[in-house]
Design a protein around this ligand. Structure first.
Ligand SMILES: Cc1ncc(COP(=O)(O)O)c(C=O)c1O
Length: 416
């Protein structure tokens, strides 16, 4: 009998399986609210967006002018240095010395990053690996957790609001966890809780780091946005800090340069060197024209920065006063671009924080960040960004009031 022709078996379905470092990431909890916001905007609704902390004011004119001038210079269009040009690193040192009395070596103790988020996540990649644990403040700014998870490390989240308790929990964790945590992430003024600290807090962080042998990363994103005379302290101003850790600062917030992607990291040489090694492979540095304009901003931008902080302070007052007027209790923050607002009873017991946020968006046309998007410690809170002007913030509270009234089904009561 002639051989029957072989029928090729069909190929198995083609599958794309991302690496475990991607699949083990926690779910992105703002997805629901973001897609409703997107759909509402597409439908033409005027949503007051207090969700993301994306600055809405422009940088100073002289900084934009310098960028344009530097962009016209043909010498600025090649690859730059991955750790940043020396004059920008020197300017960072100048700012640290002027403001905090901290002396830094621009060659070995400072590196420029493509926004502090890039530097922060690559620093975690440089320092953390499988089996390593990082302590992060809770509720957590998502990058603090994702960067450690992407580096295959584990996270322990400790409640941030009471700074003394936070420190005693850090010590307790170090005493009881084996292997001990490798990294402590601190972030004051804190996003989202707006918690702040004074210098002795960092003195104690350094003492604990030396005692238990952990590294420290301070995320100082809101260094420039503080109110009522409060001056956020730098971790690096505590004696011995540069022996145990580094600090990330950004030009996104105080200088309104979020889209420019300019941040920097200063402190411990070994950590900076490890980050420089990773960045040396991954990127060719920031567009040189941007770096030159950033130098001008750091050199001459103090007045603009203080003016911007005053704008946020006025917005904070407008939002807090409006909320208090409708009977909603809130403690005004001392710093950052946010208000961290407890959801009043009985709403807090009636529905989840996410559902409450969805209701404000769906019925009130006000977008906020439900606190649970920052982990379980954020349940019961809303984060409201101060990125809309005072009139819009007051209008947002009027719309929230109306929304709660309608949901309450009565004419006068807000249920608060
Ligand atoms: C706490 C915190 N760290 C870091 C960043 C990221 O800043 P950058 O724009 O420099 O990447 C933000 C931005 O919202 C932030 O809130």
């Amino acid at each position: 009998m002639p051989n029957s022709p072989q029928i090729p078996s069909p190929d198995p379905p083609f599958r794309v399986e991302p690496a475990q470092r991607v699949t083990r990431l926690p779910p992105y909890l703002f997805g629901r609210i973001n897609s409703l916001l997107y759909n509402k905007r597409r439908a033409g609704d005027d949503v007051i967006d207090l969700g993301m902390g994306n600055p809405s004011d422009p940088p100073e004119e002289f900084v934009v002018e310098k960028l344009a001038e530097a962009a016209r210079d043909p010498r600025n269009h090649g690859y730059s240095k991955s750790n940043g040009i020396i004059n920008l690193r020197r300017e960072v040192c100048g700012k640290y010395f002027k403001r905090f009395g901290v002396r830094l070596d621009p060659d070995e103790e400072v590196i420029v990053c493509l926004g502090s988020k890039e530097g922060f996540s690559h620093m975690c990649l440089a320092m953390m690996g499988p089996g390593d644990t990082a302590i992060v403040p809770a509720p957590y700014f998502p990058i603090h957790v994702y960067s450690v998870a992407l580096a295959s490390g584990n996270v322990i989240a400790l409640e941030v609001r009471d700074s003394e308790k936070f420190l005693s929990n850090v010590a307790y964790t170090c005493e009881h966890l084996y292997p001990r945590p490798k990294l402590l992430i601190v972030n004051y003024p804190h996003n989202p809780s707006t918690a702040v600290v004074e210098q002795p807090f960092y003195d104690e962080v350094v003492r604990l780091a030396k005692r238990y042998g952990f590294l420290v990363i301070s995320d100082f994103a809101y260094a420039d946005v503080a109110f009522d005379g409060y001056k956020p302290p730098s971790f690096l101003a505590s004696p011995g800090a540069a022996e145990v850790g580094v600090e990330f600062t950004t030009m996104s917030k105080g200088y309104n340069m979020a889209g420019w992607r300019v941040g920097y990291c200063a402190g411990n040489r070994e950590m900076i060197k490890a980050l420089a090694t990773i960045k040396g492979y991954y990127d060719y540095g920031m567009f040189q024209a941007v770096q030159i304009a950033a130098i001008m901003a750091l050199r001459g931008g103090d007045a603009g920065m203080e003016n911007q902080a005053a704008i946020y302070q006025n917005r904070r007052d407008a939002l807090c006063e409006s909320l208090q007027r409708i009977g909603w209790p809130i403690t005004p923050p001392k710093a950052s671009m946010f208000c961290w607002v407890p959801i009043p009873e009985p709403w807090r017991s009636r529905m989840s924080t996410m559902d409450f946020g969805m209701m404000l968006l769906e019925k009130g046309n006000v977008a906020v960040s439900p606190g649970s998007g920052f982990g379980p410690a954020g349940e019961g809170f809303l984060r409201m960004s101060l990125v809309e002007n005072e009139a819009r913030l007051r209008q947002a509270v009027r719309q929230i009031k109306q929304c709660l009234r309608e949901a309450e089904g009565q004419h006068e009561s807000l249920g608060i």
